[in-house]
Design a protein around this ligand. Structure first.
Ligand SMILES: *[C@@H]1O[C@H](CO)[C@@H](O)[C@H](O)[C@H]1NC(C)=O
Ligand SMILES: *[C@@H]1O[C@H](CO)[C@@H](O)[C@H](O)[C@H]1NC(C)=O
Length: 602
């Protein structure tokens, strides 16, 4: 057992251009009993303003270690960060204290409960941890040096956690900028289309969460921040003090399971101004949550900005920091230079238009993508247009007319990302430049057939992808999360979870609403054809004359999945999935992709 929680806060006023306080303990108000472990530890960085100056505060709360330097956490990434945001205290995916203190903000960087120097139960993305975050926000607003206004700014985990805490409305919270931050734990991150997205969760948990658990021995030796103030914990104590996302997500399947239900919250409860920043290339984790978070946030003032490029770098680009600062100055300093605080003054949506084949992971080239503003999302003038699949593997706008039933087929399941079982439907070359921006759905008639000598399959997992092929026949790739090549967009659906709740207020013709309840499960019998509507994540592309789109259907992850794979042995067992999957064509069997085509403004 580690000793009593020590109060070892130290203030350093001389070594840096700002005041640095390390290991500050924030008491937890919502704690049911006054146990010693009920504190969150944070670092505070604040401008030297003298006694009189009170400053607004930027808060982050998350797992990656308030004291693990960015240069140790990810040296390759750190080497490429905008030098203006590199300092002694730079830290992965968070605002740089040197930069923000020099612009009149205090930065409070908290270790999440059970991680780094914060004792307590480690249960990432849970209600309990959001309550602790809530206390940190209110604490930051109450400090003598604080102006009482708190903003949230951070990438990924430090973005996703913002939606959850903002929905609880802590006092002092004035604005949030969830930067590539998913908002729906089940649909965005853990069970895409109902299928366990285990690959990323394992990578993430093993590399950068469990390695920083409070009490974990050997951190300092492996250059992973300092050891725990109260000392090491035994392996047994460590295991007792945590819930493991790998285990929890494998064991829980439905949104009415207590595990998922307890993590649910209502985006509509968010009231503070929101600037949601969505990356078109983040099409396997965060993108959906930024778009849906913006759409459903209850805030009077909310904005949606699209970017491209890697997950780690654009947050620090000069032009993106200028947007962050302008937005935060408006709501935290009362200095609104552009009109963010006047409803209707600024267009809500700032699009980035992906046109041309400019290569992958080339920040300079991507700066050539044009921007256009829109007053709403999805764009009101969208023409939802059907592109029909045909058994000759084409996509066409004319309604096909077939006299007999035929199918296109592929084997299931598929676990080889390089060489998956898949079929592709290719459009005619575009005869004019065409913009596609928004939500895509696919309507398919699918069945599974038993393989000779094998058992009856009882499930179909659909993996669909939209690809863009240039006039020269080469596929156009976009920059993915880690700088890897990704296609336009993807979608997933487990056919036993096909049930759509059309009565739900969030159901849209362009985004079928699924509740994913245990009571929604419907059987999948071999040889029976099921009509399904597959949600595909939002996207944008401006196709040029001669380029084509490809709609791909597969029985497992395909190109662009990177670490975001779905191949957990108990979630996708052979006994359930093994067979031949069919898409059926014929009288009464239409299959189509509905694309959001944007006509030019009149
Ligand atoms: C904060 O705690 C860590 C871990 O014990 C320690 O390495 C560091 O020196 C502490 N900071 C200060 C200023 O005492
Ligand atoms: C296939 O989909 C069509 C709509 O395209 C639907 O009307 C029909 O009922 C489905 N076929 C079967 C056999 O379920």
């Amino acid at each position: 057992m580690a000793g009593r929680i020590r109060d070892i806060k130290v203030t350093d006023e001389v070594s840096f251009p700002y005041i640095f306080e390390q290991n500050v303990s924030v008491p937890l108000k919502s704690a049911s009993t006054q146990r010693p472990e009920n504190v969150i530890r944070c670092n505070v960085y604040r401008p030297r303003t003298g006694d009189a100056g009170k400053v607004p505060v930027l808060v982050t709360y998350g797992p990656y270690g308030k004291d693990i330097p960015y240069r140790d956490f990810h040296p390759k990434s750190f080497a490429e960060v905008n030098p203006k945001h590199k300092s002694e205290h730079s830290c992965w995916e968070t605002p740089d204290p040197h930069f923000w203190t020099s612009h009149g903000y205090a930065v409070v960087r908290a270790d999440e409960r059970g991680l780094g120097q914060s004792p307590g139960f480690l249960d990432t993305m849970s209600r309990g941890t959001s309550e602790a975050f809530f206390d940190v926000v209110e604490w930051a607003a109450e400090q003598s040096w604080s102006s009482g206004k708190v903003g949230l700014l951070g990438i990924s985990y430090y973005g996703g956690s913002q939606w959850r805490v903002a929905a609880r409305r802590p006092r002092g919270l004035a604005a949030i900028i969830p930067w590539e931050g998913m908002s729906d734990y089940y649909r965005d991150r853990c069970r895409q289309g109902g299928i366990f997205s285990n690959g990323f969760i394992k990578f993430w948990w093993d590399r950068q969460v469990i390695t920083n658990q409070y009490g974990r021995p050997g951190r300092s030796k492996s250059q992973w921040g300092p050891d725990t103030i109260e000392g090491d914990l035994s392996e047994e104590e460590l295991a007792h003090n945590r819930r493991d996302q790998n285990v929890d997500n494998a064991e829980n399947k439905y949104l009415d399971d207590e595990y998922y239900a307890s993590r649910d919250f209502n985006l509509g409860d968010i009231q503070v101004p929101v600037l949601s920043v969505a990356n078109w290339g983040g099409n396997t984790l965060h993108l959906r949550g930024n778009v849906e978070g913006f759409f459903h946030a209850g805030s009077e003032l909310k904005y949606l900005r699209f970017i491209s490029g890697r997950h780690d770098l654009p947050f620090y680009y000069d032009e993106e920091v200028a947007v962050q600062q302008s937005f935060l100055d408006a709501f935290l300093k009362g200095d609104d230079r552009e009109g963010w605080s006047q409803k209707g003054k600024l267009p809500q949506v700032n699009l980035l238009l992906r046109k041309g084949n400019i290569g992958v992971n080339d920040a300079e080239a991507e700066k050539g993508f044009q921007r256009r503003t829109e007053t709403e999302w999805p764009i009101a003038r969208t023409q939802y247009s059907r592109f029909y699949l045909t058994p000759s593997y084409t996509l066409q706008t004319a309604v096909p007319n077939y006299l007999e039933d035929v199918s296109c087929s592929y084997l299931a399941p598929s676990f080889d990302v390089q060489n998956p079982h898949k079929i592709q439907f290719v459009s005619e070359p575009f005869t004019k430049e065409t913009e596609i921006t928004g939500h895509i759905t696919a309507h398919l008639n699918v069945s599974v057939e038993k393989l000779p000598g094998k058992g009856d399959p009882s499930e179909i997992d659909l993996f669909v992808t939209m690809r863009h092929v240039y006039a020269d026949g080469k596929e156009v790739f976009y920059t993915g999360t880690a700088g890897d090549p990704v296609p336009l967009c993807k979608g997933w659906l487990r056919v036993s979870l096909r049930k759509v709740n059309e009565q739900h207020p969030w159901h849209r013709s362009w985004l079928p609403r699924r509740d994913y309840l245990s009571t929604d499960v419907e059987t999948v019998d071999p040889g029976v054809i099921y009509p399904v509507d597959v949600e595909i994540w939002p996207t944008n592309v401006v196709t040029e004359i001669g380029s084509r789109l490809i709609f791909e259907v597969a029985s497992g992850d395909t190109q662009g999945a990177a670490v975001f794979t779905h191949n957990h042995p108990t979630d996708r067992p052979l006994e359930k999935l093994q067979g031949v999957n069919h898409i059926w064509f014929g009288p009464g069997y239409e299959n189509y992709v509905t694309l959001p085509i944007i006509p030019e403004r009149q």
